[in-house]
Structures are given as C-alpha cells and as structure tokens.
Design a protein around this ligand. Sequence first.
Ligand code: NAI
Length: 265
Amino acid sequence: MIDPSEASRAAWTARYPDLAEKTVFISGGATGIGASLVGAFAKQGARVAFVDLNVEAGEALVERLAAEGARAPWFRTCDVTDTSALRAVIDSAQALEGRLDVLVNNAGNDQRHNPETVDEAFWEWCVSINLRHQYFAAQQAFSWMKPQGGGAIINFASVAPRLGIPELSVYNAMKSGVVGMTRSLSKAFAAHGVRVNAITPGAILTPKQLEKWITPEDEARLTGEQHLHRRLVGDDIAPTALFLASAASNAITSQAITVDAGLTA
Ligand code: NAI
C-alpha cells in the first residue's frame, strides 16, 4: 500500500518555473480539493487569489501557507452563485498584478437528492453551484486573458456521471455539462492562446466526504474497485492542475483528464 502523503510529496516536487510568474484564481479554495490547489500553486511561487464562503477556513489556510514559507495567497469571501460578485472579485484578483493567467473553477456541492422529490428550486441551486459559476467565471477571466494573448482555464467535472449514482442525478447533469462547456470554450478561446481543460476527479476522500457521505464500508468498496487500492486525497488532484496550468501542457486543450486511480477504467 502506498502512503498517499508520500505520493503527493513526490508529485509536488515537480516544478513548473513559468507558474511563479502567474496569477491564479481558484474558486472554493478554503477546504477540500480547493485547499490542496491553493497550496500547490502557492508553493510554485504563483500569485494565488482564492474565494470561498468559509471565511474561517480561508483565513486559516492563508496563515498556514505563510507559516510554511509559501507565497501568501489573497483570500476574499465570495458566494460564487452571485454572478455579479464573482465577476467583481475576479476583476480584483486581476488587479493584484495587472494580469490573470489561470482560472481554476473548483467550487461545487454534491448535496445528495432524491430524483422523485427534486423541485425546481433545488435544480436551480444545483445549476448555480455546479455549472453556472464555472461558465461566467470563464467568461470574465477570458476578458482579461484575451488581451494578454494567453491563459489556462481548468474546470472541475466528476466521474459521478459515469458511475450513474442515483442520488446525484442533478449534480451529474451539471458535471456532464461541464465537459461539453469545456470543449466549446476551448474552441472559442483557442485563437487567443487560452486553453480550456477539465479535471474529472474520482472518489477524493476529503474531510467533508468522510464526515458527510463516505462510510468506512464505502471507502473499502471504492478503493477495492480502483486499480490502485488506496485512499485518494486532494493532494492527488493538485499536481494535474499544476500541469494543466503550466506551459508543460501547451498543446493540451479541450480535454477532461480523469484522476481516479482507475475507478472507472
Ligand atoms: P467541497 O464541497 O468539499 O468543497 C468545495 C469548496 O467550495 C468548499 O471550500 C466550500 O466552502 C466552497 N463553496 C461551496 N459553495 C460555495 C459558494 N456558493 N461560493 C463559494 N465557495 C463555495 O468539494 P471538494 O470535494 O473539495 O471538490 C472540489 C471539486 O471537485 C468540486 O467541483 C466537486 O464537485 C469536484 N469533485 C469532487 C469529488 C470528490 O470526491 N471530493 C469527486 C468528483 C468531483
């Protein structure tokens, strides 16, 4: 059994020198996969701006990373379902260094729901937190990336649509939508040097997942079904985001890269 922290440490030693020059905006960066993303980009020396609803966790992350010697990220509270506020905070992030190079559309919510009782209000909420903000954040980021002549946008999809999880029917509609959106925006933005890709995580056992949804029995089943029989954590996702953000992937666009230890293969 491989210790995930060992695996992550190895992946994090990869350096992408171009990222130290970049301004990176990450949504939902305070906890879970987002916190790993913020840490990974900050440790590359990037100027990281992140937003979240969870103020306490966001501020604690900034302090922890500064104490670890990483470039201290810029954190603001923002509800990404408020499109005007999201546009404004992306503009503020761009103003930090006068540029915006990378957008990571990470915020999401996998609240379980019963397809027999889902109502329109739930549907609209699920669109707003799992799909709509990714689109408008990409549109706003592109308005800065276009005159720069380059940038990278990374959207978050999920393996859940491929697994057909019944309690995630609306979430899965949105996450499938992320893949189609990624392909269209890739084609639309490519002429201006902006690449658009998605990451499709598998079962990433963040503290929230373990607290709310995943029992020890679920974990045993999931890791048993993966080709690599070990727990995946946020730090297993972050290295793929670094790669997709850096010039190391400069011929890769319109892709959804699955990071699931073989769960769906
Ligand atoms: P999470 O739900 O644990 O965390 C998302 C972050 O977004 C949290 O810090 C939360 O406070 C923040 N957030 C939630 N609503 C917000 C709002 N309205 N405005 C601003 N911030 C808000 O998500 P997790 O598990 O870390 O996943 C990150 C991304 O990866 C999500 O898009 C998720 O759908 C996707 N994903 C996660 C998987 C997993 O197993 N954890 C599997 C497949 C996809």
